[in-house]
Ligand binder design. Structure first.
Ligand SMILES: Nc1ncnc2c1ncn2[C@@H]1O[C@H](COP(=O)(O)OP(=O)(O)OP(=O)(O)O)[C@@H](O)[C@H]1O
Ligand SMILES: [Mg+2]
Length: 504
């Protein structure tokens, strides 16, 4: 047990009646728990009716403020009632008033958790709180999470089937499971507790988030990508977004099982990856771009020197000769920033054979294109765009906005000379992810870039559960522009077979 309180610390602490008085201080974050086995999303649904709809519709979001129909019920996580939350707050406040968190912070997580358990049990018996053993166990776990870990986020972080966690202020927590966004019953005691947990997360990467610097990117110890935007910029309390790091990355075989790509389409992608064809992966947010890029890197030969540049290291290349680089945000004084452009430029001096850019979002587009047409064949990158054509426009505008004073015709010629293939990923309105286009960039005609689709996803309609039904088919192009390249790598026969098999 601990001595008297020396200083009030945790912003989540609020005074309350309590047993023997003891002190408090900033808690230490706890290591993450083991994630549960991944759930296999999206079984392929059975077809119902045929109605052609090539362009993917925006995903439907289950929002409580949605005007069409009644508000959806929050998903129960851990089955906690309002009454439970009240009891927990009372006991938590009593605990904070009782223990010396500064001393607690000196202990390792296990001893600290034990200490908390002892005190909480004592408080429960002093306050004569009526609860079952199971409830008491849940309460102990929750309180340990609050003091030592990421509080109410813990049960969500432990699940591997959750792709994203989105916290909009203290009482609205959404998750994305199987491509669908759901409101949960998870909530924070108040905005102060939420800010405290945000602070705890970002402090692990040496950053701060507060009124003075309210925007912050960070990473959890398991690699999950985190963004925090705090008040006053976020009006209703801090907004915290976590892209969960999937321990078992999806493979091309998984993508086939989910129906995201057909076996023939996957073969064409394999050939594109293996024949060192410059590729851009385009798609909306959360459409599976990084996952697809990761799969595509699986086809790189093991003797190639590959350099990856990312904002937050998400790719998991299996090759032995890989150099992984990560950008760095500026420090609190606004210094020391290393941008994606700096990394890509530096890469060129590192004798890379291929450069992989996690996400192209600015002037580095120019350097990536330069790399692509200066002997670094097979370079790849992702970018946000809703169609292959839009992806080309995005590249052009990124270069223009980067301050390069080049006529647009020159930029287009450069794009055509660099990018060979655009793969379009999409999250469809039923939550499933599909590769909707494999498109070649052929050349220019006047001022226009000419493209040709090799593979498209053709939507047929919906099944009885609202699942999208469709199929991937080749557009009948028998000799893609990279045919000679495929022949050079001895892949022409396989390419012809895959394209033939997928034709109508
Ligand atoms: N084909 C797929 N089938 C099912 N789930 C998928 C598929 N592709 C990706 N996912 C899942 O979707 C989530 C988002 O994937 P990913 O990070 O690749 O998207 P992204 O387009 O790179 O997102 P962002 O725009 O935020 O960078 C991940 O949890 C991933 O496991
Ligand atoms: Mg991504």
């Amino acid at each position: 047990m601990f001595g008297r309180r020396t200083a009030p610390v945790d912003a989540q602490a609020s005074p309350a009646a309590a047993p023997p008085k003891k002190p408090v201080a900033a808690p230490k974050p706890a290591p993450k728990k083991e994630a549960k086995a991944p759930k296999k999303p999206e079984p392929k649904p059975a077809p119902k009716q045929k109605s052609k709809a090539p362009a993917p519709a925006p995903p439907r979001v289950a929002s409580p403020s949605s005007s069409d129909g009644p508000a959806p019920q929050p998903v129960e996580i851990g089955g906690r009632s309002d009454e439970y939350f009240q009891t927990k707050t009372t006991i938590f406040n009593a605990l904070i008033d009782t223990i010396d968190l500064s001393q607690l912070a000196q202990l390792d997580t296990e001893s600290a958790a034990e200490e908390i358990r002892d005190i909480v049990n004592e408080i429960i018996s002093i306050k004569n709180v009526q609860m079952s053993i199971a409830e008491q166990e849940a309460l102990l776990q929750d309180i340990c999470n609050d003091v030592l870990g990421y509080g109410p986020l813990e049960p969500l972080l432990a699940r591997d089937d959750i792709a994203d966690i989105m916290v909009n202020g203290s009482s609205r927590v959404f998750i994305e499971v199987g491509g669908k966004i759901q409101l949960t019953n998870v909530r924070f005691r108040d905005n102060a507790q939420l800010m405290n947990i945000c602070q705890r997360i970002v402090s692990q990467v040496g950053r701060r988030v507060d009124e003075a610097s309210p925007i912050c990117d960070a990473r959890l110890p398991d690699g999950s990508r985190v963004n925090v935007i705090a008040p006053p910029l976020a009006i209703d309390g801090a907004a915290l977004t976590i892209r969960k790091f999937k321990k078992d990355k999806l493979t091309m075989a998984d993508l086939q099982n989910f129906g995201s790509i057909s076996p023939e389409g996957a073969k064409v992608l394999e050939i594109i990856g293996a024949c060192r064809i410059n590729t851009l992966i385009s798609g909306g947010t959360g459409s599976g771009k990084t996952t697809l890029l990761n799969c595509m890197t699986g086809f790189i030969e093991h003797d190639e020197r590959v350099i990856t540049c990312e904002d937050a290291a998400e790719l998991q290349l299996q090759q032995p000769h890989v150099v992984r680089l990560e950008t760095r945000p500026p420090n609190l004084e606004g210094q020391g920033e290393v941008t994606m452009r700096d990394l890509v430029k530096n890469c060129l001096r590192m004798r890379p054979e291929r450069i992989i850019v996690g996400e192209v979002r600015g002037p580095e587009a120019f350097d990536l294109l330069q790399a692509m047409n200066t002997g670094h064949d097979g370079s790849m990158g992702t970018l946000h765009a809703n169609s292959p054509r839009e992806a080309l426009q995005r590249v052009e505008s990124m270069i223009t906005m980067g301050g390069y004073n080049l006529p647009s015709r020159t930029i287009r010629e450069m794009i055509v000379g660099s990018i060979d293939v655009i793969i379009q990923a999409a999250r469809l309105r039923d939550g499933s992810r599909r590769i909707t286009h494999v498109t070649e960039v052929l050349g220019t005609e006047g001022d226009t870039i000419i493209t040709q689709d090799l593979f498209v996803y053709d939507m047929d309609g919906e099944d009885e559960n609202g699942g999208i039904v469709g199929r991937h088919k080749s557009t009948g192009i028998a000799r893609p522009a990279f045919w000679d390249r495929a022949r050079y790598y001895g892949q022409d026969a396989a390419l012809a077979t895959a394209l033939d098999a997928a034709a109508d």
